[in-house]
Design a protein around this ligand. Structure first.
Ligand code: ZN
Length: 249
């Protein structure tokens, strides 16, 4: 149910989110602990704010329903992300949302600068998928995403599209997503402040970036799997309190 919490923590999200295998969304799925090649996924067309555990549908790697609620799912979207899971067995969860700042910064097809301590969570851990050819519902697109992510990175900016973050746990993927959305927001603010024609731009104000040594050191301390897990824990607890846990039914 952590995907639900991600959605709640990102206002005005466009919401195609995918978490796997612990929770996977085309919108949301979860690897079954008994049958690890099957996933739990949210039904198509149900608002995240209304989704409950009992609404979930269990599907195989091809997106075919094998259990859970008898509801339709977005099979094609699921298959794209199923490929990513097959290519990167270290990735147990991924989140993909068309969030406002990620979507805006993605139009530049660039990574983010090491602007501050929080940006350093993504030092040597962020890729860019520099293409968008329209909505492609195929295994091929899944392979393109996996190629862009590479063998070790867990975070991806998809040009003209949005963000995808991943991790060994749902909490890690979720914390990365929230942090990357905020990092994109910061990048947009900084770029706006020094854009040509602005007061900052006219004054010749320059960005000062964190150097490589400090960024690598900070990444180890704040962007490790353990650190990301701990960053998401209070977010989950807060949302659990706010919602009364009704989504657990
Ligand atoms: Zn998308």
């Amino acid at each position: 149910m952590l995907c639900y919490n991600i959605i709640r923590s990102i206002p005005d999200s466009a919401l195609d989110c995918l978490l796997m295998p612990a929770v996977n969304c085309e919108l949301r799925t979860r690897v079954d602990p008994v049958e690890p090649k099957t996933f739990w996924i949210n039904p198509y067309g149900v608002h995240f704010g209304l989704l409950k555990v009992s609404d979930m549908v269990r599907v195989d790697e091809q997106g075919k329903r094998v259990g859970g609620a008898d509801q339709p799912i977005n099979t094609a979207g699921f298959i794209i992300h199923s490929v990513l899971h097959q290519r990167r067995p270290d990735i147990h969860a991924a989140c993909h949302v068309h969030s406002p700042c990620g979507r805006a910064w993605s139009t530049f097809g660039r990574g983010i600068d090491m602007l501050n301590q929080d940006s350093c969570m993504f030092y040597n851990d962020l890729s860019v998928y520099p293409a968008f050819g329209g909505v492609v519902f195929s295994n091929e697109e899944g392979h393109h995403i996996a190629d862009a992510l590479g063998p070790t990175n867990r975070n991806l900016i998809m040009q003209n599209h949005g963000l995808l973050t991943a991790g060994g746990t749902v909490a890690e993927a979720a914390a990365f997503f929230i942090a990357l959305e905020r990092a994109c927001q910061t990048q947009l603010l900084v770029e706006s402040a020094i854009a040509p024609g602005t007061r900052g731009g006219n004054a010749g104000i320059k960005k000062t970036l964190v150097d490589d040594v400090a960024a690598a050191y900070t990444k180890r301390g704040t962007g490790s799997p353990e650190a990301m897990y701990m960053q998401f824990k209070p977010e989950y607890e807060m949302i659990l309190k706010e919602s009364g846990g009704d989504f657990l039914e």
